[in-house]
Design a protein around this ligand. Structure first.
Ligand SMILES: [Zn+2]
Length: 312
């Protein structure tokens, strides 16, 4: 299936996106051998996991207040990893965002290891979301980075409507990847999916921080100037990952400081339109559709681009 028209990243070919390339950078590869299990662990770890799952249906790792989030890696696909481990990593990544969406309910998310990274517009037979990654084996950082991005599209209620401002959603999804990996690094220090994965926490943070370090940011307070210089290119190519990452990096501290406002992305596409809108109108529409608890935050985001939104 081609990506064109089917998913949230229709303009770039499969496996050739900057994200996919970045995800394969060898410099900060997740070290899979850390996670290869010895024969003893192979027997012991699933047993421990089963005991934990049986003992408590609300493991502290799952920060979703019991709201079920069904994430289903395809059992027939070639993952070159334990399906249970894959599900735990994806669930851990998702929960770092999902905990801030107390009123949302989502259809199950079906996940494939290859063919992306992308979330398809065409849903499954029961309305399931269909996410394709571009990873495998035990490269858990890649799984988390890519899945967080596609999960953010789902949280944004991605649409097939007019794409002039899609770069902003792409930037938020890039931001979601950075946010999730840095948060997972903290979570796994004390509450990893398995006890012997605790040492892996630092690799999650390194993976995100490497991407931030490799990005050239405009000087402090100069995002608006950068935006005006890059506006035409952004509106033309929403998935220029270098540019997405500039926006993501500048906004990251706001979301890390006030993560409860992640929920605001729920209303990002409420006013989705078939006609091109200015970025100013796009932000005003987002602001107007948000509940009052998020409006000030959206205004702060807009202010980074020198866009003043009316208070109401
Ligand atoms: Zn995307």
């Amino acid at each position: 299936m081609s990506r064109g028209g089917n998913g949230a990243e229709p303009s770039t070919p499969a496996g050739n996106t900057p994200l996919a390339q970045a995800a394969h950078l060898p410099s900060v590869r997740c070290p899979p051998r850390m996670l290869r299990m010895t024969p003893a662990r192979r027997i012991l770890l699933p047993a421990i996991a089963l005991v934990l799952a049986t003992a408590s249906t609300a493991h502290p790792q799952d920060k979703t207040d019991g709201r079920e989030l069904a994430i289903r890696p395809n059992p027939k696909a070639t993952w070159d990893a334990s399906l249970r481990d894959v599900e735990k990593v994806l669930r851990s990544a998702a929960s770092e965002l999902w905990q801030y969406f107390p009123e949302r309910r989502l259809e199950p998310i079906l996940v494939e290891p290859k063919g992306g990274p992308i979330v398809l517009f065409r849903r499954g037979p029961k309305g399931e979301y269909r996410v394709r990654l571009n990873t495998g084996s035990t490269y858990w950082c890649q799984y988390a980075f890519q899945f967080a991005h596609e999960f953010c599209h789902i949280l944004c209620r991605y649409t097939e409507d007019e794409k002039s401002n899609k770069w902003f959603e792409e930037s938020l999804c890039e931001l979601a990847s950075l946010f999730v990996l840095r948060r997972m690094a903290e979570t796994w220090k004390t509450d990893p999916p398995y006890p012997n994965w605790k040492d892996y926490a630092k690799h999650l943070k390194e993976y995100a921080d490497k991407r931030i370090a490799d990005t050239t940011f405009p000087p402090d307070g100069a995002l608006a100037t950068w935006y005006r210089e890059n506006e035409a290119a952004l509106r033309k190519n929403s998935t220029d990952r270098d540019k997405n990452r500039v926006v993501a990096g500048v906004l990251l501290p706001m979301f890390e400081e006030h993560p409860q406002h992640w929920e605001a992305v729920t209303w990002l596409n409420t006013a989705a339109s078939k006609e091109p809108r200015s970025f100013e109108q796009y932000l005003a529409d987002w602001h107007n559709h948000c509940p009052s608890r998020h409006k000030a935050f959206v205004r702060q985001v807009a202010a980074k681009f020198d866009v003043r939104l009316q208070t109401d």
